[in-house]
Design a binder for this molecule. Structure first.
Ligand SMILES: [Zn+2]
Ligand SMILES: [Zn+2]
Length: 293
């Protein structure tokens, strides 16, 4: 008796489930990723643009406002370099140079030590004054809000080099560095982004202040990353190591600054991968091309 009812159950189960499954498979086969996330009700001009994007082979629709903003920002840098260095007639005041240098240090520090090492990976702990400095530096960089940065970065670590990676390297060098900021997210990235645990960020009053009071919700993204491959591998193996380097320079300014803040106690419980562990992993997993101090 028990057996036959089991068979019956399976039969009803199958007849109910299989058609749905096939239906789902058919859908994902016939509807391309592009069409799944293509913006709706856009007007005839944008519809033509979308058709062109699809024909040109873009996997996901282009976010034109970001593309234009990022391109303009880079063009502006080129024009500035020309007038300030090559042409030479418009040499800046020394105050401008000092301010520029300070803001470069502060923004790099805000992204590297703040968004990345502290908030995405909890590689160390920071007292409130240091957290305020980090939030200011991060905000000055004019990137996406901190919540999005941390969420995207956690998803990147969890699903690196898959379709759920926000800057999936399989989609090319340009996409992995800037292109991903210029197109709509892959549905897999959106799906996994919703799953990732963000409770620590939700419960951080300073970040909530940054999100609600400082950042306009739709900020333009005007930045890109230079990741040294050696450091990149190292960082994916030991994401919780506070020395994670975002830049491919042997001199790691963010780490030096963090060490300074550690001296006065504003940064503490800094986590480091012990050399013995690094060596062990390098031996078993192959060359991590890790950098020694
Ligand atoms: Zn990475
Ligand atoms: Zn990371």
């Amino acid at each position: 008796m028990a057996k036959s009812s089991e068979v019956e159950d399976n039969a009803t189960l199958n007849s109910e489930i299989i058609p749905k499954k096939i239906d789902k498979e058919n859908r994902s086969q016939t509807i391309s990723v592009y069409d799944q996330i293509r913006p709706k009700n856009e007007g005839s001009f944008m519809s033509t643009v979308r058709e062109w994007e699809k024909m040109a082979g873009f996997k996901t629709p282009i976010v034109w406002i970001n593309t234009i903003a990022i391109s303009l920002a880079h063009a502006l840098v080129l024009v500035s370099v020309y007038f300030l260095i090559i042409d030479g007639r418009y040499y800046p005041k020394w105050q401008t140079i000092v301010f520029q240098c300070l803001s470069i240090v502060l923004t790099t520090f805000g992204i590297g030590a703040g968004a990345h090492r502290l908030w995405s990976h909890r590689a160390y702990k920071a007292k409130l004054p240091l957290q305020i400095i980090l939030v200011i530096g991060y905000t000055m960089a004019g990137m996406n809000d901190l919540y999005q940065w941390v969420r995207d970065h956690r998803v990147h670590h969890k699903f690196s080099e898959t379709s759920a990676d926000p800057h999936d390297a399989n989609r090319g060098f340009f996409f992995a560095h800037v292109g991903w900021l210029m197109t709509k997210k892959h549905p897999d990235v959106i799906r996994e982004g919703k799953q990732v645990d963000m409770s620590d960020i939700d419960n951080n009053p300073l970040i909530q202040f940054h999100l609600n009071k400082i950042m306009p919700r739709e900020n333009w993204v005007v930045s890109f990353f230079v990741l040294g491959e050696g450091w990149h591998n190292y960082h994916h193996t030991f994401p919780w190591d506070y020395k994670a380097a975002e830049l491919a320079f042997p001199f790691n300014g963010t780490t030096n600054l963090l060490d300074l803040f550690a001296k006065i106690g504003w940064a503490y419980e800094l986590r480091v991968a012990p050399p013995s562990l690094i060596e062990k992993v390098a031996k078993t997993k192959g060359d991590l091309s890790y950098h020694k101090e």
